[in-house]
Write a protein that binds this ligand. Structure first.
Ligand SMILES: CC(C)(COP(=O)(O)OP(=O)(O)OC[C@H]1O[C@@H](n2cnc3c(N)ncnc32)[C@H](O)[C@@H]1OP(=O)(O)O)[C@@H](O)C(=O)NCCC(=O)NCCS
Length: 202
Protein backbone atom coordinates (compact mmCIF):
# COMPACT_ATOMS: atom_id res chain seq x y z
CA UNK A 1 0.00 0.00 0.00
CA UNK A 2 2.82 2.44 0.84
CA UNK A 3 5.96 3.01 -1.20
CA UNK A 4 9.09 5.01 -0.35
CA UNK A 5 11.15 6.50 -3.19
CA UNK A 6 13.67 9.26 -3.72
CA UNK A 7 12.32 12.77 -4.31
CA UNK A 8 12.32 13.44 -8.08
CA UNK A 9 13.47 16.97 -9.06
CA UNK A 10 12.20 16.36 -12.62
CA UNK A 11 8.64 15.84 -11.38
CA UNK A 12 7.16 19.26 -10.47
CA UNK A 13 4.35 17.64 -8.46
CA UNK A 14 6.95 16.29 -6.00
CA UNK A 15 8.06 19.78 -4.96
CA UNK A 16 4.45 20.98 -4.82
CA UNK A 17 3.64 18.06 -2.51
CA UNK A 18 6.57 18.88 -0.24
CA UNK A 19 5.25 22.44 0.14
CA UNK A 20 1.71 21.19 0.75
CA UNK A 21 2.65 18.58 3.35
CA UNK A 22 5.01 20.98 5.09
CA UNK A 23 2.16 23.47 5.57
CA UNK A 24 -0.38 20.81 6.56
CA UNK A 25 1.86 19.57 9.41
CA UNK A 26 3.57 22.79 10.56
CA UNK A 27 1.34 23.62 13.53
CA UNK A 28 2.97 21.20 16.00
CA UNK A 29 2.14 18.35 13.65
CA UNK A 30 -1.25 19.74 12.55
CA UNK A 31 -2.54 21.96 9.73
CA UNK A 32 -0.92 25.41 9.80
CA UNK A 33 -2.80 26.85 6.79
CA UNK A 34 -4.59 29.37 8.99
CA UNK A 35 -1.28 30.70 10.38
CA UNK A 36 0.38 31.78 7.13
CA UNK A 37 -1.08 34.16 4.54
CA UNK A 38 1.54 32.95 2.03
CA UNK A 39 1.11 29.16 1.72
CA UNK A 40 4.70 28.61 0.49
CA UNK A 41 6.44 30.56 3.23
CA UNK A 42 7.00 27.65 5.63
CA UNK A 43 8.07 25.25 2.86
CA UNK A 44 10.44 27.84 1.44
CA UNK A 45 12.44 27.56 4.65
CA UNK A 46 11.84 24.02 5.95
CA UNK A 47 11.30 21.88 2.83
CA UNK A 48 12.32 23.27 -0.57
CA UNK A 49 16.01 24.02 0.20
CA UNK A 50 16.60 20.40 1.19
CA UNK A 51 15.06 19.22 -2.09
CA UNK A 52 17.28 21.54 -4.08
CA UNK A 53 20.51 21.27 -2.07
CA UNK A 54 20.38 17.65 -0.84
CA UNK A 55 18.14 15.71 -3.27
CA UNK A 56 19.84 12.38 -2.54
CA UNK A 57 18.69 12.71 1.08
CA UNK A 58 15.05 13.51 0.25
CA UNK A 59 12.55 10.65 0.25
CA UNK A 60 8.80 10.71 -0.36
CA UNK A 61 6.12 8.33 0.85
CA UNK A 62 3.34 7.44 -1.58
CA UNK A 63 0.04 5.64 -1.29
CA UNK A 64 -2.79 5.09 -3.80
CA UNK A 65 -3.79 8.76 -3.47
CA UNK A 66 -0.28 10.10 -4.11
CA UNK A 67 2.52 11.58 -2.01
CA UNK A 68 1.53 11.56 1.67
CA UNK A 69 4.79 12.15 3.52
CA UNK A 70 8.48 12.93 3.27
CA UNK A 71 11.78 12.90 5.07
CA UNK A 72 14.53 15.35 4.14
CA UNK A 73 18.02 15.75 5.48
CA UNK A 74 21.32 17.55 5.31
CA UNK A 75 24.52 15.50 5.46
CA UNK A 76 26.68 18.17 7.08
CA UNK A 77 24.78 20.92 8.86
CA UNK A 78 27.74 23.33 8.85
CA UNK A 79 28.05 23.10 5.05
CA UNK A 80 24.29 23.24 4.59
CA UNK A 81 24.06 26.38 6.74
CA UNK A 82 26.80 28.07 4.74
CA UNK A 83 25.01 27.37 1.46
CA UNK A 84 21.71 28.53 2.94
CA UNK A 85 23.29 31.78 4.07
CA UNK A 86 25.04 32.38 0.77
CA UNK A 87 22.45 31.36 -1.80
CA UNK A 88 19.06 30.27 -0.48
CA UNK A 89 18.22 32.80 2.22
CA UNK A 90 19.09 35.87 0.11
CA UNK A 91 16.65 34.55 -2.51
CA UNK A 92 13.74 34.05 -0.14
CA UNK A 93 14.46 37.31 1.70
CA UNK A 94 13.47 39.03 -1.54
CA UNK A 95 10.28 36.97 -1.71
CA UNK A 96 9.41 37.76 1.94
CA UNK A 97 10.86 41.20 2.74
CA UNK A 98 10.81 42.44 6.33
CA UNK A 99 7.28 43.69 6.94
CA UNK A 100 6.75 47.41 7.40
CA UNK A 101 3.62 46.52 9.39
CA UNK A 102 4.74 43.57 11.56
CA UNK A 103 1.67 43.96 13.76
CA UNK A 104 -0.43 42.63 10.86
CA UNK A 105 1.51 39.34 10.83
CA UNK A 106 0.51 36.29 12.85
CA UNK A 107 3.02 35.27 15.54
CA UNK A 108 3.98 32.30 13.35
CA UNK A 109 4.69 34.63 10.42
CA UNK A 110 6.79 36.89 12.66
CA UNK A 111 8.75 33.87 13.93
CA UNK A 112 9.34 32.56 10.41
CA UNK A 113 10.23 35.99 9.05
CA UNK A 114 12.88 36.29 11.78
CA UNK A 115 14.29 32.90 10.80
CA UNK A 116 14.40 33.88 7.13
CA UNK A 117 16.14 37.18 7.87
CA UNK A 118 18.78 35.74 10.22
CA UNK A 119 21.83 33.86 9.00
CA UNK A 120 21.94 30.27 10.23
CA UNK A 121 24.58 29.50 12.86
CA UNK A 122 25.90 26.12 13.89
CA UNK A 123 24.60 25.01 17.29
CA UNK A 124 27.66 23.75 19.19
CA UNK A 125 25.47 21.42 21.26
CA UNK A 126 24.83 19.27 18.20
CA UNK A 127 28.43 19.23 16.95
CA UNK A 128 28.66 15.46 17.52
CA UNK A 129 25.57 14.96 15.35
CA UNK A 130 26.59 16.61 12.04
CA UNK A 131 23.55 15.65 9.95
CA UNK A 132 20.00 16.86 10.55
CA UNK A 133 16.53 15.99 9.29
CA UNK A 134 12.85 16.92 9.03
CA UNK A 135 10.00 14.40 8.70
CA UNK A 136 6.30 15.01 8.02
CA UNK A 137 3.46 12.63 7.21
CA UNK A 138 -0.15 13.51 6.47
CA UNK A 139 -2.64 12.15 9.01
CA UNK A 140 -3.76 9.35 6.67
CA UNK A 141 -0.22 7.92 6.65
CA UNK A 142 0.55 8.26 10.36
CA UNK A 143 0.71 5.47 12.98
CA UNK A 144 1.29 2.66 10.49
CA UNK A 145 5.05 2.29 10.76
CA UNK A 146 5.75 4.60 7.82
CA UNK A 147 7.51 7.32 9.83
CA UNK A 148 9.96 4.70 11.06
CA UNK A 149 10.33 3.28 7.53
CA UNK A 150 11.20 6.77 6.22
CA UNK A 151 13.72 7.19 9.05
CA UNK A 152 15.39 3.88 8.19
CA UNK A 153 15.66 4.98 4.53
CA UNK A 154 17.33 8.25 5.50
CA UNK A 155 19.59 6.73 8.15
CA UNK A 156 20.85 4.22 5.58
CA UNK A 157 21.55 7.00 3.05
CA UNK A 158 23.29 9.13 5.68
CA UNK A 159 25.44 6.21 6.88
CA UNK A 160 26.37 5.36 3.30
CA UNK A 161 27.45 8.99 2.80
CA UNK A 162 29.67 8.74 5.89
CA UNK A 163 27.61 10.45 8.59
CA UNK A 164 28.16 9.26 12.18
CA UNK A 165 25.02 10.82 13.71
CA UNK A 166 21.92 12.93 13.04
CA UNK A 167 20.02 15.58 15.01
CA UNK A 168 16.67 17.36 14.81
CA UNK A 169 14.73 20.08 16.57
CA UNK A 170 11.18 19.45 17.73
CA UNK A 171 8.67 21.74 19.40
CA UNK A 172 8.13 20.69 23.01
CA UNK A 173 4.41 21.04 22.34
CA UNK A 174 4.55 18.38 19.62
CA UNK A 175 4.27 15.55 22.13
CA UNK A 176 3.36 13.03 19.44
CA UNK A 177 6.60 13.62 17.53
CA UNK A 178 8.67 13.70 20.73
CA UNK A 179 7.21 10.30 21.73
CA UNK A 180 7.93 8.91 18.27
CA UNK A 181 11.54 10.12 18.26
CA UNK A 182 12.18 8.62 21.71
CA UNK A 183 10.65 5.29 20.70
CA UNK A 184 12.90 5.02 17.66
CA UNK A 185 16.06 5.81 19.63
CA UNK A 186 16.63 9.59 19.71
CA UNK A 187 18.01 11.07 22.93
CA UNK A 188 17.51 14.65 24.10
CA UNK A 189 20.73 16.64 23.59
CA UNK A 190 19.53 20.07 24.70
CA UNK A 191 16.33 21.61 26.05
CA UNK A 192 15.37 25.15 25.03
CA UNK A 193 12.26 27.17 26.00
CA UNK A 194 10.13 25.83 23.17
CA UNK A 195 12.29 23.22 21.46
CA UNK A 196 14.06 19.94 22.24
CA UNK A 197 17.22 19.20 20.26
CA UNK A 198 17.44 15.42 19.88
CA UNK A 199 20.12 13.22 18.38
CA UNK A 200 20.86 9.67 17.34
CA UNK A 201 24.10 7.90 16.48
CA UNK A 202 23.87 6.02 13.18
C1 LIG B 1 5.77 12.18 14.08
C2 LIG B 1 5.57 11.26 12.89
C3 LIG B 1 6.71 11.46 11.89
C4 LIG B 1 5.61 9.79 13.38
O1 LIG B 1 5.43 8.94 12.29
P1 LIG B 1 4.38 7.73 12.37
O2 LIG B 1 4.32 7.10 11.03
O3 LIG B 1 3.11 8.24 12.93
O4 LIG B 1 5.07 6.75 13.42
P2 LIG B 1 5.30 5.16 13.23
O5 LIG B 1 3.96 4.53 13.04
O6 LIG B 1 6.32 4.93 12.19
O7 LIG B 1 5.87 4.77 14.66
C5 LIG B 1 7.15 4.16 14.84
C6 LIG B 1 7.31 3.73 16.27
O8 LIG B 1 7.14 4.88 17.11
C7 LIG B 1 6.06 4.65 18.01
N1 LIG B 1 5.34 5.89 18.19
C8 LIG B 1 4.65 6.59 17.27
N2 LIG B 1 4.07 7.66 17.83
C9 LIG B 1 4.41 7.62 19.15
C10 LIG B 1 4.12 8.46 20.26
N3 LIG B 1 3.33 9.51 20.14
N4 LIG B 1 4.64 8.13 21.46
C11 LIG B 1 5.43 7.05 21.62
N5 LIG B 1 5.74 6.20 20.59
C12 LIG B 1 5.22 6.51 19.37
C13 LIG B 1 5.20 3.59 17.37
O9 LIG B 1 4.45 2.88 18.32
C14 LIG B 1 6.25 2.73 16.70
O10 LIG B 1 6.84 1.90 17.67
P3 LIG B 1 7.36 0.41 17.32
O11 LIG B 1 8.41 0.57 16.24
O12 LIG B 1 7.89 -0.10 18.60
O13 LIG B 1 6.16 -0.33 16.79
C15 LIG B 1 4.22 11.50 12.20
O14 LIG B 1 3.19 11.23 13.11
C16 LIG B 1 4.05 12.89 11.63
O15 LIG B 1 4.53 13.16 10.54
N6 LIG B 1 3.34 13.78 12.37
C17 LIG B 1 2.99 15.11 11.85
C18 LIG B 1 4.18 15.97 11.50
C19 LIG B 1 5.17 16.08 12.61
O16 LIG B 1 4.84 16.28 13.77
N7 LIG B 1 6.45 15.97 12.23
C20 LIG B 1 7.55 16.11 13.13
C21 LIG B 1 7.95 17.52 13.24
S1 LIG B 1 9.38 17.74 14.28
Amino acid sequence: MFKIRLYDPQQPSDLANMYRICLLTADNGGDASHLYSHPEMIGDFFAAPYCELEPTLAFVLEDSQGVCGYIIGALDTATFNQTMNKTWLPKIRKKYPVSTTPETLSSSEQWLSNLIHTDLELDEDVADYPSHLHIDLLPRAQKQGQGKALMLALWQALKKAGSPAVHLGVSRQNTNAVGFYKTIGFKTIQTYDTVFMMGKKL
